[in-house]
Design a protein around this ligand. Structure first.
Ligand SMILES: [Zn+2]
Length: 257
């Protein structure tokens, strides 16, 4: 059961859900700006706080058929872990269900699950050996949090595949999915967003450097931080998402409606 779940009064739960919806809508809009999404595919989800102690777990996710840049706080749907739409208008995409519901179910740390196809992480995922090299300072903290899955050779279309992805992620926060894209988890919306953001930036540096054909410089192994917690604990993930929200508030304020 994700740590974010706790019993709240209805009014507190409404207020908390609305705040989380706005954060999620902001992540969809920023992801769209950064080109992380694949046409109307890709999905980000968040476990919601329980309204009552015996409530079944439920999560917030984007409905099928919408571009990330169209989504608003109120257009996200609420589903249970069996894939039923409990609230909101629209359908849950089958592949979204199999990836997200099973990772939420299997991984207590996965309050938020971001599944996207950003350019540079996805390019890395296409390589025969897609490891992140210990080359940029970001890698000193990041590399211990990345799992690489080389066995997902077809779209996730079953519980078994969702469970396999959850197991492949293990204790890590980033799953580089061979021939596919990336799934990033975090204990909050801002942590998962920030983690995906920094992983994509780091992959961008590496893929750009690799495109020169020169060998990559390697940092010394003894400088690795051996740290597996969410990146955001160290680099102000909340402040990062708040900064983006200020930009969105000015330039596309409907995201928060
Ligand atoms: Zn995908």
């Amino acid at each position: 059961m994700p740590a974010i779940l706790s019993a709240l009064s209805d009014s507190d739960a409404d207020a908390e859900e609305w705040r989380l919806r706005q954060d999620m809508a902001a992540v969809f809009r920023v992801a769209a700006r950064l080109g992380w999404n694949e046409q109307i595919g890709n999905h980000n989800s968040l476990m919601l706080p329980n309204r009552r102690p015996d409530d079944a777990p439920m999560f917030l996710i984007n409905p099928r058929g919408w571009l990330f840049q169209e989504l608003t706080a109120s257009s996200l749907i609420v589903c249970d872990l069996d894939g039923r739409v409990l609230r909101g208008t629209g359908a849950l995409r089958k592949v979204a269900f199999h990836i997200h519901a099973r990772i939420h179910l299997r991984n207590p740390r996965a309050a938020c699950v971001v599944h996207v196809h950003p350019q540079y992480l996805t390019a890395l995922s296409l390589l025969a050996e897609p490891a992140l090299t210990l080359s940029h300072h970001n890698n000193l903290m990041l590399n211990d949090r990345i799992a690489i899955d080389q066995h997902g050779d077809a779209p996730a279309d079953s519980h078994a595949e969702g469970d396999r992805l959850a197991a492949a992620l293990g204790e890590k926060s980033i799953l580089l999915m061979g021939g596919h894209g990336v799934t990033v988890i975090g204990p909050s919306v801002h942590d998962a967003f920030d983690e995906c953001f920094i992983a994509e930036r780091t992959a961008m540096y590496q893929v750009t450097a690799m495109s020169t054909g020169q060998a990559l410089r390697r940092l010394p192994e003894d400088q690795r931080r051996r740290w597996t917690g969410p990146w955001g604990e160290r680099v102000d993930a909340r402040l990062h998402l708040d900064a983006w929200r200020r930009v969105l508030d000015r330039e596309e304020p409907e995201y928060a409606t």
